[in-house]
Design a protein around this ligand. Structure first.
Ligand code: GTP
Ligand code: MG
Length: 345
């Protein structure tokens, strides 16, 4: 009997960190889309997801990621808000994640929501890397563009390099104070026991190839077994948010982490009082490589396979709850699926 192939889903990567430390900028740079006017520096108030295929990751990472070395299809990033009042959205993102990026501004260091994010990662036992962001703000930094961080550091004079190192060791010290053994990522031999710190600039792109390389390596090495799913099976997911969409009424922004969801599928969704049984009217996707929350231009698709973000339009969603499970019924017994959903509420 041959092994099933092509059944590995995309790992879900949560981006966590204190307000303004650069989570959204990092994802914008990875997507290659400049932050739109008026959005730069704005406080993120939602969870958004962006699927980045392996081919794009390998384009950005250059020599560091050879697509032939990987058989995961890419990475699905979840952006979360860092503002203190969005703690439920942070934990929702953390709970969904297979791995995480903890973004820390090298100048600002550890702040309350950095610590809160660390707690979430500890509680959910999510492997993570630290993005030591805004390296370009070290006084005297000679900026470049999307390139490996060693290359960028070689361009700096000794004082800039030692200033950066000092900030990085402060972060490594803070991680250790919080019970995480950490080091610069290039010194980490075993990413299961040690947290890798990746110096980078979300703004210039310096160090982003390194971050993507570490994420792909971590996923391939430690998550591959967990990413094995029955892609054709009935879909399972989580509601990120319940939103009104003109022309569609109440819709669900969701992450599908198992199986497939199709147009016209019967689904069960966790509701305020009772599980909701309804039928998918439309599956809406933002244009490729854009973010599900912020893009208003949707296209309808017939099906979505895990892991991916999708907006689900269906009747009777008014009582749906953020954080609730979504299950496709398909060939399963409806009462069993309802019981499953109830158990998870
Ligand atoms: P919240 O979603 O509100 O928690 O913030 P965030 O973590 O998403 O931060 P965001 O990406 O919105 O960035 C906050 C500010 O920092 C913006 O003005 C960015 O332009 C700036 N910024 C982010 N990354 C960098 C960086 O690497 N270098 C510099 N110089 N500025 C950066
Ligand atoms: Mg943001």
């Amino acid at each position: 009997q041959s092994q099933p192939t092509g059944q590995l889903r995309t790992p879900i990567v949560a981006v966590l960190g204190h307000v303004d430390h650069g989570k959204t900028t990092l994802l914008d740079t990875i997507r290659g889309s400049a932050v739109t006017e008026g959005e730069a520096g704005a406080i993120t108030q939602h969870i958004g997801s962006t699927a980045v295929p392996l081919s794009v990751i390998s384009d950005i990472a250059g020599k560091l990621v050879d697509p032939d070395d990987f058989d995961l299809p890419g990475l699905l990033f979840i952006d979360t808000p860092g503002h203190h009042s969005f703690s439920t959205l942070r934990s929702r993102g953390g709970a969904l994640a297979d791995i995480a990026i903890l973004v820390v501004d090298v100048n600002d260091g550890f702040q309350p929501q950095t610590l809160e994010a660390l707690d979430i990662l500890k509680r959910t036992q999510t492997p993570f890397v630290v993005a030591a962001n805004k390296a370009d703000t070290v006084p005297g930094w000679n900026p470049g563009d999307t390139e490996p961080i060693q290359q960028a550091i070689e361009r700096q004079n000794d004082r800039v390099e030692s200033d950066l190192n000092e900030k990085l060791y402060e972060i490594i010290g803070k991680l250790s104070d919080n019970g995480f053994s950490a080091d610069m990522y290039w010194r980490v031999q075993n990413f299961q026991n040690n947290i890798g710190v990746v110096p980078l600039s979300a703004m210039t792109g310096e160090g982003i190839p390194d971050l993507l390389t570490v994420l792909m390596g971590l996923s391939q090495r430690f998550l591959k077994a967990e990413m094995s799913i029955d892609v054709g099976g009935p879909g399972a997911g989580t509601v990120l948010e319940v939103t009104e969409e003109r022309g569609f009424g109440t819709t669900l922004d969701a992450i599908i982490y198992d199986g497939t969801i199709r147009e016209d599928d019967q689904i069960v969704v966790g509701g305020v009082n009772e599980p909701i049984v309804t039928e998918v009217r439309a599956l809406l996707k933002p244009k490729p490589l854009s973010e599900i929350r912020t893009e208003k231009e949707f296209e309808t698709v017939e099906e979505i396979a895990a892991a991916d973000g999708v907006k689900i339009a269906a009747p009777d969603l008014d009582d749906a709850m953020a954080g609730a499970p979504i299950r496709v019924v398909r060939d399963q017994d409806l009462d069993d699926v309802i019981a499953d959903v109830r158990k998870e509420l």
